[in-house]
Ligand binder design. Structure first.
Ligand SMILES: Nc1ncnc2c1ncn2[C@@H]1O[C@H](COP(=O)(O)OP(=O)(O)OP(=O)(O)O)[C@@H](O)[C@H]1O
Length: 310
């Protein structure tokens, strides 16, 4: 069963249409919700959580309608909001157990569960310090812990790496991936940074100006392309020119030659792919360049998104 389904979902704010007839189905697993700033990601997330009502259209989460059954949805979903929302005077332990009590756990169970999720996010040792003294990365992890404390089936993370430095981003992404696997729950994570999502997501939903651009499995999007990437050390122009003389279709990209490969799985196409490798090797020898790398180029979300907007 699909995890989340929207049908012709539209949300207007006065003269702005934040979501414009969005129809999408999101499968279980880790899904990236990608779009540039203002694309409508937060609006979609808030509608799914029952925090905003659609202007028209419908959406459901695990079969529950977001308007009529939003109480049921809140017990199934853990939400990490984008903006700062933590009480600075409380300790992480106090705040996360408070959130556990809000979801109905008795005091002792709430404290235990808070300690457990704070250990999961790597804040066990620091849990009795006031949040005021936390770094941005630690504060983000408290937000993640409170989203997990009521044992949700789905985690919704709105721009969880916002404000983090590259090392902090890496840690947060690894934590998100681990959380999905260890807790066996589905994750919907929004970001405007495509490269990030590429690393942790199994599916991706691309939206632009409130409309669906694509929704696919990531493997299908970033699988091998029909291009051979050849990185060389030496005169790359002479190398590319010599490949063209041999009848190959070549594009130069900095110190790399991007060589078009024959399409198809039939024996003849496969033989021509091998022959292309041989030509590349022989031309490298003839033009005196060093071969640093030869590999099938993989697709990137960036390429896809650029393509989608042209
Ligand atoms: N409460 C609101 N009142 C008026 N306009 C709004 C409101 N919330 C969102 N919008 C507008 O709707 C559009 C989509 O906003 P949304 O916050 O959903 O985008 P986003 O993809 O989450 O972007 P960001 O990453 O910048 O948060 C934007 O043009 C935004 O200005």
């Amino acid at each position: 069963m699909a995890l989340i389904v929207t049908h012709e979902l539209t949300r207007r704010f006065r003269d702005v249409t934040a979501l414009d007839g969005l129809t999408v189905s999101i499968e279980p697993g880790i899904t990236g919700l990608v779009g540039s700033n203002g694309a409508g990601k937060s609006t979609l997330v808030k509608i799914l959580l029952g925090l905003l009502e659609p202007s028209s259209g419908s959406a459901n989460v695990m079969g529950h309608d977001v308007v009529r059954e939003n109480r049921a949805i809140r017990s199934l979903v853990g939400y990490m909001p984008e903006h700062d929302c933590l009480p600075p005077e409380m300790t992480a332990a106090e705040f996360v157990s408070f959130m556990a009590r809000c979801s109905g756990l008795p005091a002792t169970a709430a404290r235990e569960r808070a300690a457990e999720v704070l250990r999961h996010v790597g804040l066990f040792e620091e849990r009795y310090r006031p949040i005021r003294g936390y770094s941005t990365g630690m504060a983000q992890r408290v937000k993640l812990a409170q989203a997990l404390v009521h044992d949700p089936r789905i985690l919704v993370l709105d721009e969880p790496t916002n404000g983090l430095d590259p090392a902090g981003r890496d840690e947060m992404l690894a934590l998100i991936q681990r959380t999905g696997r260890e807790f066996g729950i589905s994750v919907l994570v929004s970001s405007h940074l495509l490269g990030e999502l590429e690393r942790v997501c199994e599916h991706v939903v691309l939206i632009d100006a409130g409309r669906l651009v694509r929704a696919e499995r990531l493997g299908a999007l970033t699988g091998e392309t029909g291009t051979l990437l050849v990185e060389v050390d030496g005169d790359v122009d002479a190398f590319c020119a010599a490949l063209v003389v041999q009848g190959l279709v070549v594009q130069r990209d900095l110190m790399r030659a991007l060589v078009e490969l024959p399409n198809g799985d039939d024996a003849e196409s496969v033989a021509r792919v091998f022959a292309t490798h041989d030509i590349v090797r022989d031309v490298a020898v003839a033009t005196g360049v060093g071969l640093l790398r030869i590999e099938r180029r993989r697709g990137h979300l960036e390429d896809l998104f650029a393509g989608a907007n042209t």
